[in-house]
Design a protein around this ligand. Structure first.
Ligand code: PHE
Length: 378
């Protein structure tokens, strides 16, 4: 009937014979693409007289539709065939046993934090957290370290550049108030303040987390982990602190013969302040916690800082120090992990070496529990 019918039949035959999606696509471009012959035919409509157009348009549109349908049908058929092929060849044997060596492990720091959370949960403590990017007020001032306090110098603080309220760097003449100055928290003690402000009293929390100090050698890394403990209640005294630490350390090191020695010390946020030493004995050239530190071959190891919460700190946090008293302590989590699991280089904790983790890591199935043992190894 017309000149393009044979071309259409050729195209339909080619489409039906096309074996791949790419071949179908090439045929589509050849016919229906911008420069394709059907598109060219459609363009001729514009140049026709209305009568001519009325006569030819339906036929040309019919060709376009027929070819478009054939292409869609062929694509679908090829897709279906491909899916059938994959379903037939790709199999997943769900009955295969799990690999013998498990992949991935729990980092000792995470493990120890879980152990501590378990031990303290049993004593009625909940876990609190605070931001690692902290402001000057929470990290220092509210902990009784005024701007000029000499204790600040011992913290090797990482400060952020001063910013004004709009986030622009402030010039020294328009320096932001010290209260809002931002820093990387140097200890977990600011969580004491945040918890008291948010929850009021009574309170019983531990706060594990990362802390930062500009310090680096075999036993110091710029980032390390601490766990803070805080109890605020009525008539709290040093005896409560000592009992709690003793109970915690016995449970953590899984030994009943943990002996503590409390030495007077100084922290601006506690009064009185006590440094806590733990007795150790030397076994195979290694210090193992336990036993009286005074016996021959034994010694004392400094482990943590603690004390009775300073009245001024309670006041800063909005509590009446005549009504509420508290005790607090802070201890290095990495240090606890090294002592318990006999690891001697702190830096290896943060190397991300798979071999180290395979050796010192813990099974994800080995959840610390008081009944099963907080230190059980798979
Ligand atoms: N924040 C102290 C430090 O980092 C430890 C501490 C916490 C001491 C709580 C007393 C009470 O060294």
């Amino acid at each position: 009937m017309n000149e393009w019918n044979s071309r259409k039949d050729e195209a339909l035959a080619a489409i039906a014979a096309a074996g791949t999606a790419d071949a179908v696509e090439a045929l589509r471009v050849e016919a229906l693409g911008k420069q394709g012959w059907v598109s060219q035919l459609l363009k001729t409509l514009g140049r026709m007289t209305p009568e001519e157009r009325q006569e030819k348009a339906p036929a040309i549109q019919a060709v376009r539709a027929e070819i478009a349908d054939a292409i869609a049908a062929r694509k679908q058929a090829l897709d279906d065939a491909e899916l059938e092929r994959r379903l037939a060849t790709e199999t997943l044997d769900l009955s295969l046993p799990a690999p013998e060596t498990s992949r991935g492990s729990i980092h000792p720091v995470s493990q120890v934090m879980d152990e501590l959370a378990e031990i303290f949960a049993d004593l009625g403590f909940s876990v609190a957290t605070g931001p690692e990017i902290e402001d000057d007020w929470h990290n220092f001032t509210a902990l009784n370290m005024a701007e000029t306090h000499p204790a600040r110098a011992m913290h090797d603080t990482f400060y952020f550049p001063d910013k004004d309220a709009e986030g622009r760097s402030a010039s020294s003449s328009e320096a932001v108030s010290r209260k809002e100055r931002m820093l990387l928290r140097t200890h977990t003690s600011p969580v004491q303040i945040r918890s008291m402000v948010e929850q009021g009293a009574p309170i019983r929390i531990i706060a594990p987390g990362r802390v930062y100090r500009s310090d680096s050698d075999a036993t110091h890394t710029p980032m390390f982990h601490q766990i803070e403990g805080l109890v605020v209640d009525r008539d709290i005294h040093l005896g409560h602190l000592k009992w709690t630490l003793e109970t915690f350390l016995k449970a953590f090191f899984e030994r009943d013969d943990i002996v503590l020695r409390l030495r007077p010390s100084y922290f601006p946020f506690t009064e009185p302040s006590v440094e806590v030493d733990v007795g150790f004995e030397v076994v195979d050239g290694r210090r193992v916690l336990g036993g009286s530190g005074d016996a021959p071959g034994h010694g004392w190891m400094e482990l943590l800082g603690s004390g009775v919460v300073n009245r001024r700190v309670l006041e800063f946090a909005g509590l009446d120090p005549d009504e509420w008293q508290g005790f607090a302590f802070g201890v290095g989590v990495d240090r606890l992990a090294m002592l318990k699991y006999a690891m001697d280089d702190l830096r290896a904790f943060f190397d991300g070496d798979g071999r180290w983790l395979a050796h010192y890591g813990f099974s994800a199935f080995d959840q610390p529990t008081l009944s099963g043992g907080v230190g059980a190894r798979a």
